[in-house]
Design a protein around this ligand. Sequence first.
Ligand code: FO1
Length: 315
Amino acid sequence: MNARVAETSGRVVVLSGGTGSAKFLRGLQKVSSFTVVANVGDNAWFHGLYVCPDIDTVTYTLAGIADSQRGWGIKGDEFKALGQLKLLGAKDTWFNIGDKDMATHLLRTSLLRDGRSLTEATSIIARSLGVRRWTILPSTDQHVETRIMTAEMGEMHLQEFWVRERGRPTPTGVRYMGSRRARMTEEAARSIASAERIVFAPANPITSIMPILSIGGLRDALHKAKARKLAVSPMVGEGSFSGPAAGLMVARGLKPTSEGVARLYKDVVDAIIVDESDRAQADAIGKMGVSCRLTSTLMRTAGDEERLAKVAMEA
Ligand code: FO1
């Protein structure tokens, strides 16, 4: 392991996506040290820069500089460079990269061009922003891309589907391009193998957690891990807190509910935390061999975030 990458902090590992996961991690920050194994399937190239939205959302959140209202980017950021790019006729200016956020992508891209791995670049950026107690690890150093098949417009990158097309085309399928060739990083493998508890954050199962599980070696590593493994369901009723989870679950032939999430994760988790309003699903989940813990999963306040994190540490 490179000397610049911090040793795994604590023995709690969180598999994480972006917005929903960030709230949960903000609560967990008050309760425990942890290592994040982050999704990379939403990574994309814009204006020659390598943008890693989920890694950055987690980094900015743990650094206390995230725009938590919007759910992505840096609070108080401006979009002057993007405005100038629009003026110059650049393409793909629908993806709103802020000026300070752009500095992250500039540094990361130049580190990658200098031969550093994504793991090293992530560590350097996180440490520069003051994130020391928590370790953020990309699930792989290779490029993996979540691609959405749609009825109206064919296949596209997740960011094109969600941001450019505002999630409007009907999703008919999902694939994780490059995931079969990609290998989990040594750092992620080590943290999973030595974890006492592995938590799947309340993240979009199809665009945040499944791209992580699709990476070579990762599912096996979870099977072998001695840790208690539990998921926090992002679904309440037939919808999610944010993002396109429900439509994408239906496209994968799953119920857009916590029961559907449990079916997706049943071979890799021992337990799932489900919103108490969905207690009617507890029996079906139990029959899958996954134990079901009911509690309020809403995270409206900092107190809610911390309380849910505590439940996830005890369940
Ligand atoms: N989401 C949007 O809905 N619109 C945007 O313009 C946008 C820009 C953006 C820039 C940097 C970044 O790190 C994230 C950004 N996101 C934006 C969020 C992102 O599209 C997704 O929510 C995640 O990739 C899924 O976790």
